[in-house]
Every structure is written in C-alpha cells, then in structure tokens.
Write a protein that binds this ligand. Sequence first.
Ligand code: ADP
Length: 479
Amino acid sequence: MMPEMQVLFAASEVYPFSKSGGLADVAHALPRALVPAVGMTVVTPYYSFIDKEKFEIKPTGDCFTVRFGNKDFEVNILGCDYEGIPYLFVESELLSKRSYMYGPPDSGYEDNALRFALFSHAIMKLIDLKKYDLVHLNDWQCGLVAFMIHQQGLTSIKTVFTIHNLAYQGLFEPSVLEELDIDETCFTMEGIEFYNQVSFMKGGIAYADRVTTVSPHYAMETMTERFGCGLEGFLRHHADKYSGIVNGIDYAHFSPSNDAHLVHTYSDLKGKLPNKQAFLEELRLTSDSDRPLFVFIGRFTWQKGVDLLIEALDRIAALGCDVAILGEGETKYHEAMSKAAAEYENIHLHYGYSETLSHRMYAAADFLLMPSLFEPCGLNQMIAMRYGAIPVVHDVGGLHDTVHSVEEFDDSAAKGFGIRFAQPTAVSMLEAFEDALNLYEEKYRYSAVVRHNMTCDFSWQESAGHYRQLYHELLESEG
Ligand code: ADP
C-alpha cells in the first residue's frame, strides 16, 4: 500500500528512547496508529543516555553543518527502525551531550534556546533533503520550525503544531534573537514576542497552518484567562485554525490481558484481584484486599494537584482505605509525602520512575486519583479505566472529555465513567473520596462501572483518524 503522504513528526521526547511525560507516549503511539495509510518518520534529539546498541541506532550518513549566530554546529543524523517506524535522531554536541533532556529537576538548561533552535535547524535541513509533504511539530521545542518555514516562504510544506501543555512555553531573554539570527521585525505581539521575551510556543501558534491541542475541552479552556497562561487572547485570535483532538493510549503497551509487567494478566474484573493481592504483599501492606486501594501516579508538580493531595493526606489516612503513590519531582512535595508515608501505615510512597510498578499499580488499584489543577489530556485516567480502576478526577481539560460522571452511568454508552469533582480544593477532592468509598460499598454498581470501563475504546484509532483527516484538509487546501 502506497502511503497517502509523507509526514515528518518532530518531538523532543519519544518513548522508549526518552520520556518525561505524556508527549513521549503520544510521539510513540500516534505515528504507529497512522501507518501504513500515512508515511510517518519521527525525528527527535539524540540524548547521550539513549542506548545506541540496544535500539541499534546507527549513523544514516547524513552529516551537515548548521550555522546561526555566527557559529557552526556539526550535526550527525542517526537512525533506527523500531516497531515498524523509522526514527531519525539529531546528534550534535550542544543538544546531545547532557544528562537530562531539558535540565535538572526544578530548572532548565540556560542554553535551551540554542539547543532547540539547533534541533529546529536540523529539522529544516531534513525537510530540504527528504521532501516531506507535512511536518507535525510538537510543543515549544519545535515551535521555531513553523516560524522558519514561514520565513523562508516554503508554502508547499504544510505544518501542524500540537500543544501538549501550554504551561511550558519556551520563553527566553530578547538577547537570544541575535544568537539565533532571528529578525527583530518578528519580535512583535503578532509574532514571537511575549511580554518582552522570545516565545518559541508563539512561533508554533502564529505560523503553523493548523494548531491543535490534546483535548477539545482543554482547547476551549486555553482560550480563557484561567487556563490560557497569558496566551488566551492570542489563541482566540487564531481560533479558526485551532482545535482539540483527544489522545489515546497505546494498546500494545497498555492491555491487561498481555501486559508483561503484571504478575497476573487478566481480561475481566475477577482476574484483577490477584494483582491487588500481589501488590499489597509487594508493599508489605498488612491490610486485607477488601479495603479500597487508591493510587496516584505522576510527576510531583503543582500541575498535578499534589498540593491538594498533601493537604488532604491526614484526613485520607483516617478513612478506611490504602493509598499508594508513585512519582518523582519537586523536593518540597517529596518531603511532605515522605512525612505522611512515615506517619501512616496505609499511605505508601514509592519515589522514582518505574514502568513496571506503574503498570502493577493500575492493575492493583480500585481507584486512581487525579486531582490535576489543569490537565491538557492526561493518559493515566484512560489507562486506569482500561485496567479496571475507577478514576477520581478534577473536572478539567482532557479529564472532562474522557471521564464521565458515574451519576450518569449508562452501560450502553461508548464512554468511560468515574468520579469528578468541580473545585480545585482539598475539600472538594475529599468529597469525591467519600463518593468513591460509597460507590465501593455498592458492590454491584461498582463492578458494573468497572466492567463497562474495561470494554471502552481508549485506543488511538479514532483520534488518529482525526489527525489523518486534518492532514488531508491541509494538503488539499490552497496555498
Ligand atoms: P504528563 O505528560 O503531564 O506527565 P500524562 O498523564 O499525559 O501526564 O502522562 C503521564 C504518563 O507517564 C503516563 O503513562 C503515566 O503512567 C506515566 N508516569 C508518570 N509518572 C510516572 C512514574 N513515576 N513512573 C512510571 N510512570 C509514570
């Protein structure tokens, strides 16, 4: 089958090579959901922690020099095929020789403007060498590509820019304009200026042919003051090219019936129980498996509602449930959680990043807690529903689109159900906790919701279709 078009998909992180969050999962799964109809090549930075041998990453033979700000940067394009997708890695000392992708926890590298401008220049060179029909750019790290394509008047190549999280905008001092050879005439409100800083995110929004974000509700929210991070007016200005497409989860990776991370694979609610027992034993939690188990999995940042969780932990500990927390991030959150875990026998903390443990936790959990203050899409809640854990979520962003209130439970509806709370407060979250405990007591209803959620379709299929349609619309459009 001849692909309908050739797309270069650019992202600063791609699972399984590099990952800090959901972007890496999307960059892994979406291209796989689009092939073979659409020809997909993924381009990403090479970081020195990526294992070349394991993934058989080799030089492609494409080497070139990128020049900007009166400096030359040597670039080496590496490549590999992984699960049927060709990957290109941009290797260059400035971009690659780092222990972290963006910087140590709590801060970004000072030269990130240069590093990701270099990545963008390398993408431009690849576009020139390989003749793609469309480039799909993701987040601020790729925003300059849309800007460069516009500057160079390359109207034959279409651009889609996807915002995975508006809170990270790639803002830099105006002095980088000179270092990056960016013409000052673009440093305006309509262009890449944001309160006297250079915004890579605005480069993507202003100049891409279409802008998307990862759920329809978040698209709407980002055009309001509460969620727009200062860009609400700018997004409203570009509303006619802006829309939301909800993420999916990768069924090859997240299917309880053949998940290699699990002690007991399962395909129904009954089969889930041994996983809970195994997990409780693993944690040496003495409690019996009749007690509801809540899990929290995610980055310890303000965004994830960690403050609400910490504020409520004393009260939660007094309820008849177990809570298991997996995550890493800011020190102040780590300390507060460690304190609670040391104090209460039913609160367990695993600080760190572990794929295996996260899968085991989804399989063991009765409920997944997601009190995010804002959530562009969120993957955890969909994984949880697929693994038979009911999500308890703050009713925002993609959580609003993917978790429907159990109060309206209807087992003939093709959507998942959970418990939602409206206010970003510990009080509102605790009320949701109580609702969850009550639901757990109503065994029949609880089981019906879990069973229903486990059969819902959270795969990429439908959303990949929306992206494919969008690509076609662009290629068929004039100009
Ligand atoms: P974000 O991109 O904001 O971090 P998402 O919900 O979009 O959040 O994606 C988070 C992904 O990362 C999910 O696949 C989740 O299971 C995983 N994850 C987050 N923290 C950890 C962790 N500490 N260990 C293992 N997996 C994690």
